[in-house]
Design a protein around this ligand. Structure first.
Ligand SMILES: [Fe+2]
Ligand SMILES: [Fe+2]
Length: 361
């Protein structure tokens, strides 16, 4: 699906020649999406450096971390470490898929540099708890390194992008619910003595990063949804149907970790449905799973090679396109502000181009 960024020339030639006058050609849509990603990436990097420039070793008072966390909490911290520890694999597989897109490939490096800090921070939490020995941590890492993470959407850039939106929201939720435990606000008996201010600061700091990641990938999906609704809605449906947390099949103690997060009320099927899927749907103007399925079916009734079925009003009725258009305009608003701040706008502006296929009400 890397062809979504730059389709092969022979396909392009064929499609552009058949694009009705007044509509955007596929090539133009791809250019707009690429330009949006690039502007967003530059905006994100500046903001990340200004507001979230923390360090896993020096931003926390590790010597003050308590040494008597409950074993279920230790299992949870160990699982969080394991999932983040596969960051080089996550970066590697996506980077190769999007390497022709400046914004997406460079963002992947920036994203990876933030995710590796999470792995280092969770490792510190294990070590400074004194409840996992350096030898244990070393051999656990060796176990993890013996497997390579592979996305179930291998080779499909759009589904990987959509997957990341749900995954980032799920990860943020995991850390926010851990924060409740660290703040002494859990109602679960096994966590009644797990409050700790250092751990609370860690959970809050990492959850803030995850929120920023969620927003970046969400903006990316909005760009695709705005210019390519049919294929983006299909990708969303596929991803939510098969969603699992990353690395669940290669972390050696996954079942124990999964049980601990479930029992702690941190994450399970209920949280996924209510606090992940519903939240993402709301942010993308999708009313419900049922509406999504119906819309996709209608959009497939008259399959077309060249315009994604966007001439069919059915696909536009599947979601609140007015909301999405407003959100896409806002994306450009913050990119333009960033470009004006340092003068790029005067030389090479990134401006919003409406999709004329939207059936305005
Ligand atoms: Fe992370
Ligand atoms: Fe993240």
């Amino acid at each position: 699906m890397s062809s979504l960024i730059i389709p092969p020339a022979d396909i392009l030639g064929d499609l552009t020649s058949r694009t009705p006058v007044g509509l955007l050609s596929r090539q133009e849509k791809d250019r707009l999406i690429e330009r949006g990603f690039l502007g967003l990436y530059r905006w994100y990097t500046a903001r990340s450096q200004e507001t979230r420039n923390w360090n896993p070793d020096k931003s926390f008072d590790w010597r003050k971390l308590r040494h008597d966390f409950s074993e279920p909490l230790m299992q949870i911290l160990q699982g969080f470490f394991a999932v983040e520890y596969f960051t080089p694999d996550y970066v590697d597989e996506i980077l190769n898929l999007v390497r022709r897109s400046h914004g997406r490939s460079h963002f992947q490096l920036r994203w990876g540099s933030e995710e590796e800090k999470h792995a280092d921070t969770w490792e510190n939490s294990l070590l400074f708890s004194h409840q996992r020995t350096p030898d244990f941590i070393e051999s656990y890492k060796e176990d993890l390194r013996s497997s390579v993470h592979r996305s179930i959407w291998e080779g499909d850039a759009l589904r990987n992008l959509v997957y990341t939106v749900f995954q980032e929201r799920a990860t943020q939720l995991n850390y926010l619910n851990l924060l409740k435990i660290a703040n002494g606000k859990s109602d679960k008996p096994q966590h009644k003595d797990d409050a700790d201010p250092v751990l609370a600061r860690v959970a809050q700091t990492i959850a803030t990063d995850e929120a920023a990641h969620y927003n970046f990938f969400l903006e990316g999906v909005r760009l695709f949804l705005y210019y390519y609704p049919q294929r983006t809605l299909e990708a969303i449906q596929d991803v939510i149907t098969h969603f699992t947390m990353p690395a669940n099949n290669i972390v050696p103690d996954w079942d124990a970790f999964n049980y601990a997060v479930y029992k702690a009320g941190i994450y399970g099927p209920r949280e996924y449905a209510r606090d992940v899927v519903q939240v993402v749907f709301r942010n993308l103007g999708i009313e419900s799973r049922k509406k999504l399925e119906e819309g996709i079916k209608k959009g497939r009734i008259v399959p077309t090679k060249d315009d994604d079925g966007t001439h069919l009003t059915a696909i536009w009725d599947t979601f609140d396109y007015g909301l999405v258009e407003g959100d896409v305009q806002r994306i450009y608003g913050k990119i333009v502000k960033h470009e004006k701040d340092f003068g790029r706008y005067e030389l090479d502006p990134t401006d919003f181009v409406p999709n004329p296929e939207w059936p305005k009400k």
